[in-house]
Design a protein around this ligand. Structure first.
Ligand code: URA
Length: 210
């Protein structure tokens, strides 16, 4: 991708995002909208995938038809909210390999600590798409990308629903080779680390927790 930050301004994405932001949206609505937007974002994230051709027979004649070239994609969900984006993308790209990265913030050091990591074996040579709805401080995103690089990934993209300028700056500084694709760039983080105007805690809204 040529741009570091891509904001997907498609009217359907923007409309659905507004519905998700509203405090009154139900858990079921929130989850459905997130799945729908994830597919529209995935369309952008995969826009430049390479194609090759293979011979097929249509009912009318033989032809050389386009198919995706190269190794299957790897989708990496940053737990737990990443799963809300993962499901929709997997519907669109069912053959993708899937990995999970679980991180929590150490209350003393404020650094992300791994509690669960399960990655596909051969990340090198695959397009690796890391998904997390909220790019807030950028700390977990940077730590997750560090892990993916240590595991051999060389072609990584980060897909989120909302980004804060602080998170984008942190990612760009740490991983300038990892493009960020988002539905919106919001104003800022508040003192609690929430994106403003944002949509609250994405995990809680998606899973109906508090
Ligand atoms: N994580 C969330 O779920 N929401 C925010 O606003 C920031 C981080």
């Amino acid at each position: 991708m040529s741009e570091y930050l891509t904001i997907v301004r498609h009217p359907l994405v923007q409309h659905k995002l507004t519905l998700m932001r509203e405090a009154g949206a139900s858990t079921a609505e929130f989850r459905r909208l997130l799945r729908e937007i994830s597919q529209l974002l995935a369309y952008e994230v995969t826009r430049d995938l390479e194609l090759t051709t293979r011979p097929i027979d249509t009912p009318v004649c033989a032809m050389q038809a386009p198919v995706l070239a190269g190794k299957k994609l790897a989708l990496i969900s940053i737990l737990r909210a990443g799963n809300g984006l993962l499901d929709g993308v997997l519907e669109l790209i069912p053959s993708a390999r899937v990995g999970f990265v679980g991180l929590y913030r150490d209350e003393v050091t404020l650094r992300p600590v791994q509690y669960y990591v399960k990655l596909p074996q051969d990340l090198a040579g695959r397009l690796v798409v890391a998904v997390d709805p909220m790019l807030a401080t950028g700390n977990s995103a940077v730590a997750a990308i560090d892990l993916l690089k240590e595991a051999g990934a060389t072609d990584i993209r980060f897909m989120c629903l909302l980004a804060a300028p602080e998170g984008v700056a942190r990612m760009k500084e740490a991983h300038p080779d990892v493009p960020v694709i988002t539905a919106a760039l919001d104003e800022r983080l508040n003192e609690h680390g929430y994106i403003v105007p944002g949509l609250g805690d994405a995990g809680d809204r998606m899973f109906g927790t508090k």
